[in-house]
Each structure stands twice: as C-alpha cells, then as structure tokens.
Design a protein around this ligand. Sequence first.
Ligand code: URP
Ligand code: ZN
Ligand code: ZN
Length: 483
Amino acid sequence: MAKKWIRNGVVVTSSDSFRADLQIEEGKIAAIGKMPENTNDEVIDASGLYIFPGAVDEHTHMSMPSNGTETMPWETETIAAVVGGTTTIVDFAMQAKGSSLTDTIRKWQVRAKGNTAVDYSLHVAITDLTDEILEEIPTAVRLGVSTFKLFMAYKGELMVDDSTMFRTFQKAKEVGALVMVHAENGDVISHLQQQLLAEGKTEPRYHSVSRPIEIETEATHRAIKLAKAAGAPIFIVHVSGGESAEEIRRARASGQAVFAETCPQYLLLDETFLGLPDFEGAKYVCSPPLRAKGNQEQLWNALADGTLQTIGTDHCSFNFKNQKQMGRNDFSKIPNGVNGIENWISLLYTYGVKAGKFSLNRFVELVSTNPAKFMGLYPKKGTIAVGSDADLVLFDPKEKQTITAVNQLQGSDYNLYEGFEVQGIARHVLLRGEVIVKNGKYVGNLSQGQYIHAQPFAAAYTLNAAKGAITAEDKQIETGTAL
Ligand code: URP
Ligand code: ZN
Ligand code: ZN
C-alpha cells in the first residue's frame, strides 16, 4: 500500500485537539507531525476538517435471528455504519440453546466474512450455561472474545438465572473477561405483559408500561451486587434512565468496578413516541424501553460526570412493514430493537458537543476510545497514535443534514431519527489506511472488514483505573505488552 499523508486537519483524541499532519504506512499511523514540503506520497487535504479515530460501536446486532425473523444484514448495515463514521463494530454472537461457544463464534464469523465494510470483533451472549460451557469460556477468550453478555430479561428465550450470572462472573474474573449485563427483571416483565394483554391492552405504548423503570433499577442493583460478591467487574449495557444510572453512580463511588453504556435513543427520544397512531409506535420498541423525557438530562449528566463511560448504538434493526407488524395485535410480539448506526456520530456531535453537554474530546472518548478499551481493542483501535490502525474519520463540522429514510443506507424502511437536523458529517473515512468513504460516498468493498481479536485486558485495565492509580500493569496494557 502506498504511503499517504493527511494534511492540515485538526486531530482530535480523547485527551487533545491539535493541528497536525498524519502519515500512514501499511495501514497504520506512521507519523504525527509536519508533512515534508516535497513528498511523493499521496496527500489528502483535511483543511477545515476534524480528524477523529473511527468510532467503535460496541453494541450491534447484525443478521441476528429473533423470534422467526432476522435483523438487517451485515452488508447494508456496515456500509451505513462506515458512511456515518464507524470503522469497528462489536457484534453480539448469540448462543443458540445447546450450542457451544466455539460454534457460536464460528457461525458469526462465517456470516460476517466477505460481508462487512468495517472491522469487527465479537461478544458472546451466553443463554444456556452448562458446566461444559463454563469451561469453554477460556477457549472463547483464546478465540478473541473477551466480553460476554447475560440477559436478565426475555424470559423463556434469552434470560438467565442468578446462579448462571454468578458462575459466569466467577469464571470471567479468572480469565480477565468482562461480563456485560442486560438489566431488566424478566419475571416481572412477563407477568405485566400477560396482565396487560388480558385487559385488552395490546398497543405498542404498553411495551413501556410492561417494563417500568423500577424493574430496570432493581435488576441493575442485583447485577451489581452479584458481581461484587463474585469479585468481578461488570458492564451494564443500554442504561435507559436516571434511576439505574444512580445505582451505577453509587456503586462506583463505593469503589466497585462498575461500568456502563447508554445509547442515542435514550438520550434523544422519549416514551411518547410509543404512542404514535397507526401502529407507528412499534418503530420505537426496544428494550429497555424509551423513558419519560426527564431521564434524558440525567443521562447526559451521567455521561459528562463519568458515571457512564461509553455510548453504543444497540443497532438492532427491523422493517416496519413486514417485521414490526408481527406485533400488530400484541405489543409483546413486536420485534425488539431500533436502528441508528448510520447517524449516531452526527447526532451525538450535534446534540452532545454542539449543545454543550460534553467536550469534543469527551465525545471521542465516549464513542471510540473507551469502547475500544473496554472491549479489548485498544490501542489498535480507538485512538490516533503512532502504531495504531489508521481508522480515521475526516469530519466536516459545518455540513448540515436533515435525517430521512428516503436517502439512508440502512436497510430498514424507516429511520428512527426521521426529521432530526444534524450539523457535522463524516466527509472521508479510512479503514486501516484505505479510503473507503470519499465525499460521503462508500467506495470500498465488503471483503475489507476484518475480524479483530479482542485482548482480555479490559477487566485488568479498568479495575486498576477504578482504583484511581495508573500502575505499571496499566502501562503494559496500554502498550499491548501485557500477557
Ligand atoms: O431492544 C433491543 N435492545 N434489542 C436488542 C437486544 C438487546 O437486548 O440488546
Ligand atoms: Zn440487551
Ligand atoms: Zn442490544
């Protein structure tokens, strides 16, 4: 690959913003400084543009089987992702009942191979824990999976019991893996669903009535305590409201290694969308559900004050016409999940940075650096440093757009953020030094995305960071020399 320079841009990392030229060689950042006057290298002009490390979306569901249907595929969704500024995703490989973790990982790799525009890594969602599966966790780590998700909700499908949670925390601790938890009380949800349906309450708005915030808060508290008893770190996914953020804040203040993510939908939308007429509310069905508007401010604050460390999209996209309609007469049958991977970076820049909720550097930290650290991909991904992959977003902070499904690349027949105005778009995107988005258009091919082995550093790194001190071990972790 020919050497390249990107000149005249403003480089933005999680800690600094500075004007510099970047040299790229063999897919990696080779130099940060001043481009020589006379060079034979290819030159990309980034005047007027920010240069961010490519976003790392730690929470996606591509081509995921779900109650007899499937989410939108890798092919469309990863192209949409990269055009929006995401260069790496971490997708959830879902263990089918009776399947091994190795088979689950292989199945996801086979589906992604040749069909992904972005680099990807995997979490495994454990849904059926046996003694053999528990013993397979170290093998999964060797295969490059350092994060495991447990569901406390979706009773009869994905939900696990407390004993499963506890044993998984114990094993994860042994191998340095990180357990991610979907915190909602599945028993109570199941009871409320049946009660509401028996009363003839079938419309989408009852989705949120069946999942009150208290049952998210309770599950968050329980998961945190189980992790504490096992002595393991915990990562709570898709925190939807202020109450559960408060549980996390309290546990962190006590010194426990508790980490958490929220998603754009909880920051930008609220439960009133579920009440839209003509079944349109089904478009907004996700779990945990959208909350009362007051929660949005609490979540923005929790991102700014460090209670929450990351933002992920939870991109889990279905069509309105033939998929969300499965729940036309029963809200509990509406496929759970929403879209967002194409627009999240522009949305968070507009409504986060420009609106003064957090700084430009904190924005990079929330959508790129911290996801890469927690998911074991840092410093290969998530930063702009010599030796890191040249996954770069040349971001035009002036360009304005109105989001609409009419010209989107996401495969779904609707866009969750229809009509939202954004300022700031990805103009050019490089994946390991290759320009794959040029002037906002995808120019890559689907065999470019690679599987990235996650390192089981995340827990060690974050545990030490949680203690406050940066240790020698942290340094090894940061430079990739640990293990
Ligand atoms: O509604 C959602 N979030 N669907 C995706 C599965 C999950 O729980 O993350
Ligand atoms: Zn979940
Ligand atoms: Zn999810």
